[in-house]
Each structure stands twice: as structure tokens, then as C-alpha cells.
Design a protein around this ligand. Structure first.
Ligand SMILES: [Zn+2]
Length: 141
């Protein structure tokens, strides 16, 4: 390609702005203006592309990805009814169920009325004791 300033035939030119005029210039002439677009070859030529700041910023992103990959704990809409039904099927009173969960019966009462959202650990306990699922299972199967 020909440099629009000196007319020299160069393999690649830079898009350079000089005094409001955009010109395609050889590397020598490009120094006189402001490069608005480096030659495309610069992006593809191996070894010529500067490292930039992409490398070190990746690791925190990856850590975050691990978190987002974990399925969120989502209780099914009728979780409190499921607990009560399963408890009754097993023939447990709220007190007896509370003992198995290591929770007060007042907590069980709140659970079954939907007034108290069980934390993650308690959800797992409930599911284990009653052999039910009260979380929306991720549709993987
Ligand atoms: Zn030139």
C-alpha cells in the first residue's frame, strides 16, 4: 500500500489524523499525526501484540464463576405444606420432629406456617429427616 504522505510502498499503513485530515501513512509518516486506527496486521502478527492488562485480572473472575455455578437454594412454593404433610405421614408431632431437627417446637410451628424460612443447613436436615425435597431441584436429569 502506498503512503499518502511520502508515497512509499509499505506492507501496511496506519490510519493517522493530521490537522483534521485522515490519511493512510507509513510508520515513518505516522509519527507526525495521531494514529486513529493501527494497521489490522498488528493485531494478528504473533509477537507484536502487546500483552496489555488481560492476564492478572482473570483469577478473581474465575473465583466468582465458581460461586455462580453453584445452584441457588430455592425453596419450592409449598415447602411449608410439604414439611407438615411429610411429618404427619411419619407420625411425628411437632415436638418429636423438633427433637430430630434439634429445634424448638415453636420453630417447627413457624416453619410449617411458612413464617420462618429455614437456613440452608436446616433445609438439608429437614430433607434428611423427612426424606423429602423442599428445594426446587435443578433440572439436570
Ligand atoms: Zn510515508
Amino acid at each position: 500500500m502506498l503512503c499518502e504522505m511520502c508515497g512509499k510502498d509499505v506492507p501496511e499503513v496506519s490510519i493517522v489524523k493530521i490537522e483534521g485530515t485522515v490519511l493512510r501513512l507509513c510508520p515513518n509518516c505516522a509519527k507526525f499525526g495521531k494514529v486513529v486506527e493501527p494497521p489490522p496486521a498488528a493485531f494478528h502478527a504473533p509477537g507484536r501484540t502487546p500483552g496489555l492488562s488481560k492476564g492478572p485480572r482473570r483469577s478473581p473472575m474465575e473465583e466468582k464463576d465458581i460461586f455462580t455455578e453453584m445452584p441457588p437454594l430455592e425453596l419450592v412454593p409449598d415447602w411449608s405444606q410439604r414439611i407438615r404433610k411429610a411429618r404427619e405421614v411419619m407420625g411425628l408431632t411437632q415436638d418429636q420432629f423438633g427433637v430430630r431437627l434439634s429445634e424448638k417446637s415453636s420453630v417447627i410451628h413457624k416453619l410449617e406456617s411458612g413464617a420462618f424460612f429455614p437456613p440452608d443447613a436446616m433445609v438439608r436436615k429437614i430433607e434428611k429427616v423427612l426424606k423429602i425435597r423442599i428445594r426446587a431441584a435443578p433440572e439436570t436429569s
